[in-house]
Design a protein around this ligand. Structure first.
Ligand SMILES: [Zn+2]
Ligand SMILES: [Zn+2]
Length: 216
């Protein structure tokens, strides 16, 4: 066997390896954006679906409302998929991984007016592939909503942090003006369908390779 023949086989295998890596990259790059588009943005990836709602309002009325929101969204989501737990806390609100903080803010800061958009607001931070990375909710400190109205606002805004958008249905909690106090059957179907898939880990770069703190 000549030196060249001995070298040829490993070279051929290495070439095959390079070719398959190239194909793999093309497939991954092309499929990933399609999946994200098909599922829509703004939902929590599989590893982050045990979410804590931290009520930092220090207000008994809002605490009852956020607790209600956690209960009704858990009922709507069913035993699998996304799961919320409730607790109180203190401090300011900013996007916070796997914790949805709720704080109060003046109606002026929320835009004034009477719609849920103005009495409450949800902010969501997305990772590079469109999944939620963190979220927080602001509710009005000075617009004096009734107890029932607080339940509507809290449930509506937490619905946004779970990935639901506005609907024109009067029975929906996601009606743009605030809607009902709890998700209707279609809201429940939507939150279930948003979370019935399983996500892989977040890609960190072209080669999706982590070497300590480096990402290739
Ligand atoms: Zn996903
Ligand atoms: Zn809204």
């Amino acid at each position: 066997m000549s030196a060249w023949t001995r070298l040829a086989e490993p070279l051929r295998l290495f070439n095959l390896f390079l070719l398959s890596m190239g194909l793999f990259q093309v497939v991954v790059v092309n499929i990933a954006p399609l999946e994200a588009g098909a599922l829509g943005p703004d939902h929590w990836r599989s590893a982050q679906r045990r979410l804590v709602v931290v009520d930092k309002t220090g207000d008994r009325g809002w605490q009852q409302a956020t607790r209600h929101a956690v209960d009704v969204w858990n009922q709507a989501a069913g035993p699998t998929g996304v799961r919320l737990t409730w607790t109180t806390g203190s401090g300011t609100c900013s996007p916070d991984r796997v914790r949805i903080s709720v704080c109060t803010a003046s109606a002026a800061r929320l835009g004034g007016g009477r719609t849920a958009n103005r009495q409450g607001r949800a902010d969501v931070e997305l990772d590079p592939d469109g999944h939620n990375l963190g979220a927080f909710v602001l509710v009005c400190s000075d617009c004096r909503p009734s107890e029932a109205r607080r339940r509507v606002i809290a449930t509506h805004e937490i619905g946004h942090t779970l990935g639901l958008s506005h609907t024109p249905r009067l029975s929906s909690v996601m009606l743009h003006t605030g809607g009902a106090e709890r998700p209707d059957d279609l809201d429940a179907a939507e939150v279930r369908s948003l979370y019935e898939h399983v996500d892989g880990p977040l890609r960190c770069g072209v080669f999706n390779l982590r070497l300590g703190t480096f990402c290739l």
